[in-house]
Design a protein around this ligand. Structure first.
Ligand SMILES: [Zn+2]
Ligand SMILES: [Zn+2]
Length: 253
């Protein structure tokens, strides 16, 4: 399933134009100073035809692998077909989930939404957002530690330990990376090392940081002795046994 999802994203990403906007350095700096994500909804170079295609194909794949049930799948398809309702839904969802640094994490998708819609939206918008992050990453300094993605305001979903032993978080929506404290929990800011349980796979390639305050965990690829850089689509699948191990110990993804 993951592989099929990656193929859809690659296909769309190849067609995404570079952001048309000329980022205004003043508004970029203002967003940064306010510790808000720098990509605003209006900046995203969304081509609705491509977005709809990615949206439908993602929903099809999740449904085929039973990740979305039949009724929710039908509701998601209906939303994707209806030209007038999809765009405001996507805009409102992005606004609500593009979190500034001082906002608490969003607990769950709003009630009444089809289950799985969040996941379909994350995957369908990823190629467009990833392109924005690519462009903006070259223009701005993102070295300040942030819990939420400095580009799109979503949560980190994975991490990489660089050869210089720095930990970089990886956004679960736009896949951008940013530096973060090596042992602070990005979900609740707990920085008491005694309250962070960390364990690695036997080969040392992957690691889990589990927080004993909020009970959430984050997986990481340890690139210190690795032959290749992190590959999010591969590494998130290769670490499924680590998810099982973390959940078994009572932590939440
Ligand atoms: Zn992001
Ligand atoms: Zn925590």
């Amino acid at each position: 399933m993951q592989l099929e999802l990656v193929i859809v994203q690659r296909r769309v990403q190849a067609r995404v134009p570079l952001p048309r906007f000329q980022p205004d350095p003043h508004s970029l700096a203002a967003q940064q100073t306010a510790r808000r994500p720098v990509v605003r909804f209006a900046d995203i170079p969304l081509e609705w035809t491509d977005f709809r295609l990615a949206f439908r194909q993602t929903a099809d794949i999740l449904h085929r692998y039973d990740a979305v049930d039949h009724d929710d799948y039908q509701r998601i398809l209906k939303l994707g077909r209806d030209g007038n309702s999809l765009e405001p839904v996507v805009a409102a969802w992005y606004e609500a989930t593009s979190l500034a640094e001082d906002q608490p994490p969003r607990q769950q998708a709003p009630e009444g939404e089809p289950q799985g819609l969040d996941q379909v939206l994350v995957l369908a918008i990823r190629p467009f957002l990833a392109r924005c992050a690519e462009v903006l990453g070259q223009l701005t300094d993102f070295s300040e530690w942030r819990r939420h993605c400095p580009f799109c305001g979503w949560e980190p979903d994975f991490a990489v330990i660089t050869p210089s032993a720095e930990r970089r978080l990886i956004c679960g929506r736009c896949v951008a990376q940013w530096a973060f404290a090596p042992f602070t929990c990005p979900f609740c800011s707990n920085d008491d090392r005694a309250l962070v349980t960390s364990f690695a796979t036997r080969d040392g390639r992957y690691r889990v940081y589990a927080c004993d305050v909020c009970r959430r965990y984050l997986k990481a690829y340890d690139a210190r002795n690795a032959a290749r850089p992190v590959m999010v689509s591969v590494d998130t699948i290769a670490t499924l046994p680590l998810d099982a191990a973390a959940i078994q110990r009572g932590y939440l993804g």
